[in-house]
Design a protein around this ligand. Structure first.
Ligand SMILES: Nc1ncnc2c1ncn2[C@@H]1O[C@H](COP(=O)(O)OP(=O)(O)OP(=O)(O)O)[C@@H](O)[C@H]1O
Ligand SMILES: [Mg+2]
Length: 256
């Protein structure tokens, strides 16, 4: 049964749903900010060979928030790959701290680093790093070999990842039977097969023509929309413009 209303009640109810209501304006401030997925503090990386010492990264401080898509640009040799390798726990910094999803990894041993990397991070290498003697499907399954296999068979996950990148019709092929763009898509499928929170991509469109580069970029954008945090090294200003934020390096130092 409908309650009797007095004049004015309706107005009181309506004002609570108006976007100009001060409570609505407060909502963005009341929500917690997205958490840091990658947190780098005072990172320095020095490479030493018998003849030369190179300061590849110099006092880098960088926060990448959950759900961000960040691009890294800078001239050749300025430290982009080194920075990505440090974020991806593939290379240890000479100084400074790395936190991945809130976990400080400074004290971690190799085995713990490998476990965290396997659980959280998918890495797309510029030169694909596919194993030529293995089929496309077997290549994509590799990251799952390091996880305890439970539930669905590994092959099903690999097939799903290959379908996502539009390669379901190339599963039995071998890398040398694929075009550059297809190899890159296999590399992406291998990076995402374990459903990582973070995807690190080192010039994923660098070796491709612009049509294939756009396709790869569309796949990365879709993965980002699905929740992945992505850091991508690129030389292409147009690709960088399609990400949320640009970090520029020069001689190992962040200049933007
Ligand atoms: N393993 C290594 N040993 C010694 N020096 C290295 C090593 N890896 C990188 N460097 C040096 O560190 C610097 C940064 O290298 P890095 O590969 O990070 O550059 P980059 O910005 O990725 O360049 P590019 O755009 O050409 O890929 C370079 O001067 C390079 O010679
Ligand atoms: Mg590089």
């Amino acid at each position: 049964m409908k309650e009797e209303r007095e004049e004015g009640d309706e107005w009181e109810e309506d004002i609570n749903t108006l976007p100009c209501n001060p409570y609505f304006l407060l909502v963005p401030f009341l929500l917690p900010p997205p958490k840091n997925m990658i947190h780098l503090q005072n990172i320095e990386k020095v490479y030493r060979t018998s003849t030369i010492e190179t300061l590849a990264l110099n006092n880098i401080n960088l926060n990448i928030r959950k759900g961000e898509f960040v691009s890294i640009m800078g001239p050749s040799g300025c430290g982009k790959s080194t920075l990505l390798n440090v974020m991806g726990l593939l290379d240890e910094p000479s100084k400074g701290t790395v936190e991945i999803d809130g976990q400080a990894v400074t004290q971690y041993r190799d085995k713990e680093l490998a476990k965290l990397r396997n659980q959280k991070i998918g890495f797309i290498f510029q030169s694909f790093h596919l194993i030529n003697d293995l089929s496309v499907l077997d290549n994509v399954e590799i990251p799952l070999l390091y996880r305890s296999a439970n539930g669905r068979p590994r092959q099903d996950y690999a097939k799903d990842a290959l379908t996502k990148v539009g390669l379901s019709n190339r599963m039995k092929h071998f890398p040398k039977q694929l075009s550059g763009g297809q190899k890159q898509r296999v590399a992406i499928a291998r990076a995402i097969v374990g459903n990582p929170d973070i995807i690190l991509a080192d010039e994923p469109t660098g070796n491709l023509d612009s049509a294939m580069g756009n396709e790869i970029m569309a796949i990365l954008q879709q993965l980002n929309n699905d929740g992945a945090t992505i850091v991508m090294v690129t030389h292409d200003e147009q690709m960088a413009k399609r990400t949320h934020r640009l970090v520029r390096l020069f001689d190992g130092t962040q200049v933007l």
